[in-house]
Design a protein around this ligand. Structure first.
Ligand code: HEC
Length: 170
């Protein structure tokens, strides 16, 4: 329980900091394995993405995500924990709906997939002082536990899965 609490604390203690340009990283799949690699596997490099017209038009993975997998991340307490801040009527059976953020019913009618992708990747690009954690950013995060340094909260695949679920909220 203590571990979970500390993780949550780190998760929610993210504060806003000026975000430098995202470094262009090689996709994990083509990153070369170094024979003399350190014991701990390096975190996957951030996928390069482009922000255009208030959104990120291209899939981070080059393919659409899986809505069912995304739904699990949205309701899961450890990864997305979206329901801590957002209510989604179709998930009424899940506990602890919070109201820090807007109700996500019909969000796909209000925002394009590109706009939602940007909010998932780094909501501070839209609202600099937002409470919403930047799910796909490694820089400018405060009080991150050692094992999470240089890691994003969600992977590129998980961002696309969550987005695929959000797109169903019409
Ligand atoms: C700590 C609270 C918090 C968490 C956790 C959180 N959000 Fe948010 N979210 C917000 C707030 C606050 C906003 C409103 C944007 C702003 O701050 O201006 C928001 C905005 C959004 C929006 C835009 C909605 C609109 O109508 O404009 C989407 C989509 C969204 N969040 C999805 C998610 C998803 C999916 C997750 C989980 C992966 C998540 N959020 C986790 C607080 C949170």
């Amino acid at each position: 329980m203590r571990v979970a609490m500390t993780t949550a604390a780190a998760f929610f203690a993210l504060t806003v900091a000026a975000c430098a340009e995202t470094p262009a990283g090689k996709p994990a799949a083509v990153a070369q394995a170094t024979p003399a690699a350190p014991a701990a596997a390096p975190p996957p490099a951030l996928v390069k993405f482009e922000i255009k017209n208030g959104g990120i038009p291209a899939s981070l993975t080059g393919k659409p995500g899986d809505a069912a997998a995304g739904k699990k991340i949205v309701v899961g307490r450890r990864l997305g924990n979206c329901l801590a801040c957002h209510e989604i009527s179709t998930l009424k059976n899940e506990e602890f709906h919070g109201n820090t953020g807007p109700v996500l019913d019909g969000v796909a009618g209000r925002l394009s997939a590109a706009e939602m992708r940007l909010r998932l990747v780094d909501a501070t690009k839209v609202t600099p002082d937002t409470m919403m954690p930047p799910f796909y950013r490694t820089e400018g995060l405060n009080r991150v536990r050692k094992e999470f340094v240089d890691k994003t909260i969600l992977s590129a695949d998980q961002i696309e899965d969550v987005l695929a679920f959000l797109v169903t909220l019409k």
